[in-house]
Design a protein around this ligand. Structure first.
Ligand SMILES: [Zn+2]
Length: 85
């Protein structure tokens, strides 16, 4: 009886491991796909309304950023253009 129980446990464990691995594979493929989508980058200019600090960042979209000088958050992009390749 004890042996049967162990075997059952081992089989269940093997199944869990294989499920875990198939999930990992799926996540890897998704990560690979999104990397391909990020080929185009934008040079985005920001100017902080609080301290007038100006800086540039590269993102795949013109999203809001944080002032590296005074730490003010949610600063909208001033302008952007396709990054030089
Ligand atoms: Zn600032």
């Amino acid at each position: 009886m004890l042996f049967d129980c162990d075997e059952d446990e081992a089989r269940r464990h093997a199944l869990m491991v294989s499920e875990c691995f198939s999930q990992l594979d799926a996540e890897d493929e998704e990560a690979f796909d999104s990397e391909e989508d990020e080929e185009r980058l934008l040079d985005i200019e920001y100017r902080c309304p609080d301290c007038d600090h100006e800086w540039q960042e590269q993102w795949s979209c013109a999203c809001e950023s944080q002032c590296p000088n005074c730490g003010l958050k949610n600063i909208s992009a001033l302008s952007w253009s396709d990054a030089a390749e």
